[in-house]
Design a binder for this molecule. Structure first.
Ligand code: SF4
Length: 226
């Protein structure tokens, strides 16, 4: 069995995945890709509960979260709406910029391309970084795995990636997991990072992956990341 399959098998046996634990996943259930981008921008440096609170406010105000609707919200009101998620001025500015670039059906057009084309077009938009672009692609099942801080940490500790930069980790994950499992892998590795593989004092003794984890087996040689 390939290593990625074994990791998924064990994590699936260990965890229940609940939509409400992942703001981006819950947003993707709306079938509205723009909302997934908005959720990911809002989620920077905050938790899913705060992100979902902001999204609820936006939905109450707009019904459907669209670029056009978002641009109609006065900047001060938008900032107030985002405030519970922190960095609200910066996030409001980025969201407006993204909405300007994607209004008029542009996002739908972009998503018609192949995965690398879609990714590079999204990355050319100010405010959309690799993680935001990849979260959307992951949620849409479009051939990429987004790397958040939990996934970066667990990938390095498990020895999935030996380099700590975003792109090396993403490529390593895409190699060990089957493409049809990218979303599942993304969600399960986040959960692993939240429950066992925490930044400080990871609970290795209880972790279902300890016998295949570089950090547990050879702590001196493992990459240090917090
Ligand atoms: S054994 Fe420890 S370091 Fe390795 S994945 Fe589990 S919690 Fe993380």
């Amino acid at each position: 069995m390939r290593r990625g399959d074994e990791i998924l098998r064990r994590l699936m046996a260990e965890f229940d995945l609940r939509d409400e634990e992942y703001a981006s996943l819950l947003s993707s259930r709306s079938g509205n890709p723009f909302e997934v981008l908005v959720a990911t921008v809002i989620s920077q440096n905050t938790n899913d509960r705060n992100t979902l609170r902001v999204l609820r406010r936006m939905r109450e105000r707009l019904g459907v979260i669209t670029p056009e609707g978002l641009l109609e919200i006065p900047l001060g009101e938008l900032e107030d709406m985002i405030r519970p998620a922190g960095l609200y001025r910066q996030k409001a500015k980025y969201l407006r910029g993204i909405a300007e670039e994607l209004s008029g059906g542009v996002l739908k057009e972009i998503l018609e391309g192949d995965v690398e084309e879609v990714r590079s077009k999204l990355l050319s938009i100010r405010g959309i970084g690799p993680k935001t672009a990849d979260v959307l692609l992951t949620m849409l099942g479009r051939g990429s795995i987004a790397v958040d801080r939990h996934i970066a940490r667990v990938s390095l500790r498990l020895g999935i990636s030996v380099k700590g930069d975003y792109e090396s980790i993403r490529r390593s994950l895409m190699e060990i997991f089957d493409e049809r499992d990218y979303l599942k892998a993304h969600l399960l590795l986040i959960k692993l990072g939240r429950v066992y593989c925490r930044p400080r004092n990871p609970r290795c003794g209880e972790c279902p992956l300890r016998d295949i984890c570089s950090h547990f087996l050879e702590p001196r040689n493992s990459y240090q990341i917090h």
